[in-house]
Design a protein around this ligand. Structure first.
Ligand code: SAM
Length: 262
């Protein structure tokens, strides 16, 4: 293997253990007729394992110094299509026909932007399995009432079933990061009817703008105060309720109710 100059600024913590890589591909539910999207190929270790299982892998890597290593991987596995570019500039909707499964050990410094870019094209994905920092995964799966529950928990759980399939210890990576990671699975569900998802995302952001304030105080810049109190009462909350006490389902109901009245 060629010597790699790992770039911390690009979140380069690579995985080389084949058993672990196979377990990740399994958790991603990758099957022989699947198209897989990977973000951050690195040395192509996960890409190769995914390509052995899937029909095709489309993989993004921003670091062009990795091209020679990745071209060797592609020589061994012809069903890989590399894009040597920033994933944030990719046009996901025009990238492939049909649906894909995302399986990726993503760079930690842009976890949230990547997730929200995927969310914007949710209809293109059967499932999303991402290896992210454990603390971030805890926020993704958090339930109301807990300290980790916030904007990302509500927005992601409003459209996905979110779960952690395994914890991966920091020692498994080269070089080893400071904290452990978690494999987080997001599977789209259609349990809730959200009439305007952009408006809903904005509503959740406003709701949590000042975490220590009541929900009424956060929302009163955008909605009539009496109207907010009435809506909260309708769903069984008092006017002193804080944003972190509202369940995902009730966030959706409150948003729909306030927007109908607006
Ligand atoms: N998949 C490899 C593995 O599991 O060993 C590497 C994972 S490493 C955590 C993340 C990779 O994403 C790095 O190779 C990094 O260069 C790449 N990367 C960082 N920012 C990126 C971006 N905006 N677009 C595409 N790739 C990016």
């Amino acid at each position: 293997m060629e010597k790699i100059d790992y770039k911390k600024s690009l979140g380069q913590n690579f995985l080389y253990d084949t058993n672990l890589l196979r377990a990740i591909a399994n958790d991603g539910g990758v099957e022989s007729d699947d198209l897989v999207l990977e973000i951050g190929a690195g040395a192509g270790t996960l890409t190769k394992v995914l390509a052995e299982k899937a029909k095709k892998v489309i993989s993004f890597e921003i670091d062009k110094s990795l091209i020679p290593i990745l071209e060797k991987v592609r020589d061994e596995q012809k069903n890989i299509e590399f894009h040597f570019q920033d994933f944030m500039d990719a046009e996901v909707d025009n990238l492939f026909e049909g649906k894909a499964k995302v399986v990726a050990n993503i760079p930690y410094y842009i976890t949230t932007p990547i997730i929200f870019k995927l969310v914007d094209s949710i209809e293109k994905f059967d499932s999303i399995l991402v290896l992210i920092q454990k603390e971030v995964a805890e926020r993704f799966v958090a339930k109301e009432g807990g300290k980790d529950y916030g904007i990302t928990s509500v927005i992601l759980q409003s459209i996905f079933d979110v779960s952690v399939s395994r914890i991966i210890k920091k020692e498994c990576f080269t070089p080893s990061p400071k904290i452990d990671s978690a494999l987080c699975k997001l599977v789209p569900h259609n349990r809730h009817k959200i009439s305007n998802f952009e408006s809903f995302k904005n509503f959740v952001h406003i709701s949590f703008s000042m975490r220590r304030k009541t929900l009424v105080n956060n929302l009163k810049q955008n909605f009539d105060k009496e109207m907010i109190i009435k809506t909260l009462e309708k769903f069984g909350y008092s006017e002193t309720v804080r944003p972190e006490q509202i369940s995902v389902e009730n966030f959706i109901k409150i948003h729909e109710d306030l927007n109908v009245k607006k």
